[in-house]
Write a protein that binds this ligand. Sequence first.
Ligand code: SF4
Ligand code: SF4
Length: 486
Amino acid sequence: MTVPAQIDPADDSGQSFYEKHKKIYPQSVHGTFRRIKWIVLIVTLGIYYFTPFIRWDRGPGAPDQAVLIDLPARRFYFFFIEIWPQEIYYLTGLLILAALVLFLMNAVAGRVWCGYLCPQTVWTDLFLLIERWTEGDRRERMHNDAGKLTPQLAARKTLKHFLWLMTAWWTGGAWVLYFSDAPTLVHDLATLQAPFIAYLWIGILTFTTYALAGHMREQVCLYMCPWPRIQAALTDEYALNVTYRLDRGEPRMSAKKATAALARGEPAGDCVDCHQCVAVCPTGVDIREGPNLGCIQCGLCIDACDTVMERLDRPTRLIAYDTDINIGERLAGKSTMARIVRPRTLLYSALILIVGAVMAWSLSARSISSVNVIHDRNPEYVVLSDGGIRNAYTVRILNKRTTPRTFAISVDGLTDPVVEVTAANPADGEQIVPVGADQTREVRVIVSVPEPPADASVPVTFVVTDTADGETATVTDNFRGPGDGT
Ligand code: SF4
Ligand code: SF4
């Protein structure tokens, strides 16, 4: 029997590639960036929770929820915009726009998305708030986890997990509200009349939120999320990142030792090595060691260090948003600068404007009717007894209005064509097709010509015209024949 080769988990010096997970106990902190994070949390969660309840009148028969992903009807509604499955390219445009905005944010201020706006960060902050409220701040939690599980501690932990689950459940509940009429779904969920799939998704989202924001926290940022790696490849030395100003902080030593060193005429930095910046970090990073993939640029270490500096009556912003280039400039004794406007940020801004303008233009110019056509493959054409040629097509007409409409079908590009529409009202053989409000209609269209075209394939244009207002939609296909003109 062959024994599979084992992968050595240690390097040449015997150092293991793996490190045991160390639980992180982020300490609470107060300051400018913490306040900004609370405001962003309240605004983003507010938007997320209450958007499904905003109403938008689209006329009779159409859903009145402003933002709705209507899977059964295969529509996406966003206020005045209604996206059909055939227009999925708008989603591609939105994704490109979102990626460009992320690149621009990265060029200006590194992982600022991660530190303030990422759902994982927002929910983790919320879960940490619950944890501190039920189990106390960093020292108390570390002390409790190191000791015995008393009944009182067990009760506090149980309360924490219950509140985490409630928060996660409310999250799941809010997400399913985007897929159905929100007030109706809330009523049906409360009276146990909602479809099983709604309960199933709430269960799945409750579990994933509870696991990711409650238990995995920084591990999502450190190991699961690809953005830190992509971001590291996209950034440059002019991007603002949370930076320890080592030219000012080193050599680090306690305030008492610093006073003695200065009295002896020796250098002493402003960092008093209190580890407050590490204690508040949600990913356990020591920013004094330099740029770190684990740093989500949340700025909490700036707040922690500013508090220490204020207490010591020293200038704040020993840790600050700063650029790599400025560190070098300061070490060389030169003046520093912030260059937010530079080719990279201008390029991203221009691309955002171009993509946004193209999307806005295509949305404003989009037709409220549309037509698709598929040529019959077998047979491609039929030679009639009188020598004429007949082709058959399946034509789908889209009526994007919220009122019923009738369309006339005609064909351009052939000499003396005869167009017959089957399975249409008011009667087979006529060219008038009624299509219900916000619906599609598929019909068979037979096109005949008395004389075979000279070419085996002739381009033809199908034109559907609204009989009421004359609006047209066109699509091009081919009319096929023997190709010998006989
Ligand atoms: S909080 Fe400031 S003073 Fe304290 S260790 Fe961090 S950088 Fe040094
Ligand atoms: S090092 Fe500072 S900015 Fe980076 S994640 Fe930790 S606390 Fe946030």
